[in-house]
Write a protein that binds this ligand. Structure first.
Ligand SMILES: [Mn+2]
Length: 230
């Protein structure tokens, strides 16, 4: 079984609950023997310092390292973590077929437009200046809010065209933070980590399923560090 997740955007500014959801998701995947695909924008390296973003989340890093050691971690890169991994992966899923997994920002009509590049280019040039980074973040959010649903529909169409052109059974994408699993639709989106929910997609012989992890399923920090009391 493959579990695909993306768009956690973990940074020093992330709420504590996001780190705990990410850690719990990875620990559970390990316990279940699943292979995890982290499909981009896992750590926020565009609007935050990359090293600091990772250093702020040692428990998440430990789970990622453990999955890597066990040979059950695959990664792609997103537009916010361009060094994270491959541009795209092809999974052979028993009973389902060839599945394309990519973050998808190359298909983003905003990302490739001039308005979408405002945030990226400002941040890349002046990324270490907090004030400019704040402006870049605002530009990014504003562009997305303006585009809204029409941007997501165009993103889906472009991704779907790629999936069909190259003959994949399915394509699993991220980037737009809008989970999408619909029977018969070869475009799948694994959603994001937002609010109190971590969304992800499982892939096995029965197809793609949209799943989520919520705060009710978290192990309390006290339970995690305390030895068994019998
Ligand atoms: Mn993205």
């Amino acid at each position: 079984m493959f579990l695909v997740a993306s768009d956690w955007h973990l940074s020093p500014a992330s709420p504590e609950v996001h780190a705990r959801l990410a850690e719990t998701f990875l620990a559970r995947a390990r316990a279940e023997g699943a292979t995890v695909v982290l499909n981009g924008d896992v750590f926020e390296e565009l609007f935050a310092d990359a090293a600091l973003a990772r250093a702020a989340h040692p428990r998440v890093l430990a789970q990622i390292a453990a999955l890597e050691r066990e040979g059950r971690l695959l990664r792609t890169r997103g537009n916010h973590d361009p060094g994270a991994g491959e541009a795209r992966l092809v999974l052979e899923v028993d009973g389902l077929g060839r599945v394309l997994v990519m973050h998808g920002h190359a298909a983003d009509p905003l990302h490739v437009s001039s308005v979408g590049r405002i945030g990226d280019s400002i941040s890349r040039r002046f990324g270490r200046l907090d004030a400019v980074r704040g402006a870049a973040r605002l530009a990014d959010r504003t562009a997305r809010a303006l585009a809204g649903g029409s941007m997501r529909r165009l993103f889906r169409r472009r991704c779907l065209a790629l999936v069909e052109r190259e003959g994949f059974a399915l394509g699993v994408f991220g980037h737009v933070h809008a989970a999408h699993v619909v029977a018969g639709d070869r475009y799948v989106n694994a959603g994001s980590l937002t609010g109190c929910t971590l969304e992800y997609v499982s892939l096995d012989q029965s197809g793609a399923r949209l799943l989520s992890l919520g705060t009710a399923e978290l192990v309390r920090p006290a339970d995690r560090s305390r030895p068994e009391m019998g």
